[in-house]
Design a protein around this ligand. Structure first.
Ligand code: MV4
Length: 455
């Protein structure tokens, strides 16, 4: 097993990775920027090293500084966490060529799943349902018009190098097509460095359901059920739950099997997530694959009993998966609320600053993943996630009751948080029914359609 791992991230996920390492008797090195000196991930690591100033481009996003930190401290492997360099194929390449094991899939798999149009073709090869649209990137408005004749309106234009909801344009009619096509290409070029776009039929008010995958380096692969991530706003997830409240056992099985076929076809290794959209009729379609550990991984851990970060480390160390698909049991119901330092009253504007008091809930079935504490100052430079509150109970109703109780106990003073928003969400009849979709929050806050799907 590795003796020392560098954690190439910050905040709650860095601490989460450090905890897994401690339990595996692996030494840890934290990296931090000048404004993160007082973060708990630094305090709990065995060693720490300041890699630069606050801006991410000069710290957490700078591969050279991170590799240098791993060299100086004598690490054997690098865990990227989520965000930052986690899905950078070139960073994974640099790690490996510098002699460090990258705890994630091989660089070529990151690269191929990063090309969203290629990823779709790969899934189609595997017989995974994909959203009707262009088979390849679309080069001209004329070609786009041809596709529209086959699939009809509304359509959506997406950046091949995009993902996560950035760089999408909705097209309602042929009259809009030329303009939207040109705008999409320009936006893609400036946001992702490549103008390439592809086209899909637009699925109205879909649900977003994703499947957790684990694959070892010996060809063994399992899935750990699904997470329903439809409760989101502007592509920021707010609540995730597992299992999905509306999936029948038959659909669940079909979804899991499709996810496995797709991940096998992609040559997947380590932990990954297959994202699907569900339409109103219960049809599902592959959307994209995330080649990293995700923020919402704890809900899967709670219903399966797996420690996904430990699994990532064991897989990277060349070990075989410890169990077969038939031995994966899903038990109970888990819900996660993301606690952000944001003001829901001010359009969810980030609210950095000093946390003056911080009391986390506890008791049976309650888990809090956080790097914050009373006296911690949230820097303005990074995302606003300060804690993840996860509950697990025997069924959805009990999980909701436990979450309400836990939210009542959660005290954060000094900054605004999304806690009051979650409290009201957990009283809303549509959430309670389980029949929500990705347009639900926007509808709740009387906002217009997801603003990043520009019309
Ligand atoms: C779509 C779609 C409808 N039809 N594609 C948003 C995230 C990005 N990965 C893809 N997204 C969407 N793709 C087709 N063909 C609607 C969305 C979408 C969405 C998807 C998942 C979760 C929330 C969402 C919010 C708005 C739009």
């Amino acid at each position: 097993m590795f003796t020392k791992i560098l954690v190439a991230n910050r905040g709650e996920i860095a601490l989460r990775i450090i905890r897994a390492c401690k339990e595996m008797a692996i030494a840890t090195v934290a990296i931090y920027s000048e404004v993160d000196r007082e973060s708990l991930h630094v305090r709990f690591a065995d060693e720490d090293i300041c890699i630069g100033p606050a801006p991410s481009t000069q710290s957490y996003l700078d591969p050279k500084r991170i590799i240098a930190a791993a060299e100086i401290t004598g690490c054997e492997a690098i865990h990227p966490g989520y965000g930052f360099l986690a899905e950078s194929a070139s960073f994974a390449d640099m790690c490996e060529s510098s002699g460090f094991k990258f705890i994630g899939p091989p660089p070529e798999v990151i690269r191929s799943m990063g090309d969203k149009s290629l990823a779709k073709r790969t899934m189609q090869e595997a017989g995974v349902p994909i959203i009707p649209g262009s088979d390849e990137v679309v080069q001209s408005p004329e070609e786009a018009l041809e596709i529209s004749e086959a699939i009809g309106y509304p359509m959506i234009i997406k950046a091949a190098a995009g993902g996560g909801g950035r760089g999408m344009r909705l097209v309602q009619s042929p009259e809009e097509l030329g303009q939207q096509f040109e705008t999409a290409r320009m936006e893609a070029a400036s946001a992702f460095g490549s103008p390439e776009v592809y086209i899909e039929k637009f699925i109205e008010r879909p649900r977003h359901i994703e499947v957790q995958i684990l694959a070892d380096e010996h060809g063994n692969i399992i899935h750990l059920g699904e997470r329903d991530c439809s409760i989101q706003r502007r592509h920021q997830k707010l609540i995730e739950e597992s299992p999905s409240p509306t999936l029948s056992p038959d659909k669940r099985e079909a979804l899991g099997k499709a996810a496995l076929r797709g991940a096998k076809e992609a040559g997947y290794r380590n932990a990954g997530t297959m994202e699907f959209l569900f339409d109103r009729h219960g049809n599902f379609y592959f959307m994209e694959m995330n080649t990293r550990i995700q923020v919402e991984h704890p809900v899967t851990e709670e219903v399966t009993g797996f420690d996904l970060v430990k699994e990532q480390i064991r897989i990277a160390n060349g070990e075989k998966l410890g169990c077969l698909q038939s031995q994966v049991n899903l038990c109970g119901h888990a819900i996660e609320c993301r606690i952000n330092a944001e003001d829901p009253e001010k359009n969810f504007a980030p609210h950095p600053g000093l946390i003056t008091s911080f009391h986390v809930p506890g008791g049976s079935g309650v888990r809090v993943d956080t790097h914050a504490y009373a006296g911690y100052r949230i820097p303005p430079n990074y995302d606003s996630l300060i804690a993840k509150l996860i509950v697990k109970a025997q069924n959805r109703q009990e999980a909701i009751q436990k979450m309400r109780r836990a939210l009542e106990e959660f005290i954060v003073e000094g900054v605004s948080t999304t806690i009051p928003f979650h409290k009201s969400l957990l009283q809303d009849s549509l959430f309670l029914s389980g029949h929500y979709d990705t347009a639900y929050i926007e509808a709740l806050s009387l906002e217009k359609l997801a603003p990043s799907v520009k019309t």
